[in-house]
Design a protein around this ligand. Structure first.
Ligand code: ATP
Length: 324
């Protein structure tokens, strides 16, 4: 493998820049010519490639987002012609391998490109932590730290005013962020797509916290749950007095993906990026490079594509014990 391109795709995640930097520098070390694809799969279809030298990836290690840009491309997902153009565009630049940094949608795209004959290696990156093939993906640790900072700030005001707060976090189909934030932030009730409890049950659990003598209560919801913050707010408009506290709602939204990556994410991104190059250099492809049991792990893209990881049951049991 001599000419390798890297693309960041799907939702931006803190640490993507650190991964691109590691890929470019590890590739250069191995004598590869490196390229960046701008704006995710949109840029791949349009053949929007730029050469990347070691100096081009200076001073990005500490920055959130992705300096290459990213996109959600419906055209790429739905059109075989667009996928074909993407492969041909790389061929026109004589690129013989692609590294895709992204979440499960992006890696479904990687699997498709590999099937079409292009050697592809995926790098696990999504704040949702729903990617099969990695215990933790690039961006999760930073997002969780941002969430916990927000939860702790909200707790100060909740405690002072004896209020209940409902905080909505990201996660789409996966409740990992809400559950981890619930454990680390001391929440009383968690709503996720896997545990999509009705607003009446949220009310019952908040009231139970009041009856236990808590000065305040916290609920965490996931944006992808049916009973997300919006639905709970509609319900509580006519039920607030039954909770026992005044209720306030905070939707964290994209603030969770912003900001500088944590040390953990910088190291994870650097190690996964470098391992992706190592795999390509040894002639391997069609694999996701992730982090399992404290080490680099390779999982076939075909096993990753179209699947969603759910949070471990043991975390739910822990939450149950901790909210007594
Ligand atoms: P995040 O978890 O941060 O949202 P993601 O990679 O899961 O990241 P998606 O928007 O789901 O983000 O996917 C990114 C892009 O991958 C899509 O815009 C689309 O172009 C492509 N993609 C998604 N699903 C498929 C699929 N089944 N086949 C081919 N391409 C896909």
């Amino acid at each position: 493998m001599k000419r390798v391109a890297v693309v960041t795709s799907g939702g931006d995640a803190p640490g993507m820049n650190a991964a691109v930097r590691a890929i470019v520098r590890a590739g250069t070390e191995k004598g590869m010519t490196m390229f960046g694809v701008r704006n995710g799969y949109e840029g791949l279809i349009a053949s929007d490639l730029i050469p990347l030298s070691n100096r081009d990836v200076s001073e990005i290690l500490h920055l959130g987002g992705t300096f290459l840009g990213t996109a959600r491309s419906t055209e790429f997902k739905q059109s075989g012609d667009a996928q074909q153009r993407a492969v041909e565009g790389l061929g026109a630049h004589e690129v013989d391998g692609l590294i895709v940094i992204g979440g499960n949608g992006s890696q479904s795209g990687s699997a498709r490109l590999e099937e079409m004959g292009l050697p592809v290696v995926g790098v696990a990156s999504t704040v949702d932590n729903d990617l099969v093939g990695s215990d933790i993906s690039i961006g999760v640790d930073t997002a969780l730290n941002i969430i916990i900072e927000a939860v702790d700030r909200v707790r100060t005001t909740a405690e002072s005013h004896h209020r209940a707060f409902l905080i909505e976090v990201m996660g789409r189909d996966c409740g990992y962020l809400a559950l981890a934030a619930g454990i680390a932030g001391g929440a009383d009730v968690i709503v996720t797509p896997e545990n999509d409890i009705e607003p009446a049950e949220v009310e019952r659990q908040l009231r139970a916290a009041h009856e236990r003598g808590k000065r305040y209560a916290l609920a965490v919801t996931t944006d992808g749950a049916v009973n997300n913050a919006q639905r709970c707010m509609e319900f509580f408009q006519s039920h607030e007095e039954e909770i026992g506290y005044e209720l306030r709602v905070t939707i964290l939204g994209h603030v969770q993906r912003g900001g500088s990556p944590t040390t953990f994410d910088r190291i994870l991104a650097s190690r996964l990026g470098s391992a992706a190059v190592e795999l390509m250099a040894s002639g391997g492809s069609g694999q996701l490079v992730g982090w399992i049991d404290g080490d680099i792990a390779h999982t076939p893209l075909a096993e990753v594509a179209g699947r969603h990881k759910v949070a471990p049951q043991e975390m739910w049991e822990l939450l149950r014990v901790l909210t007594k």
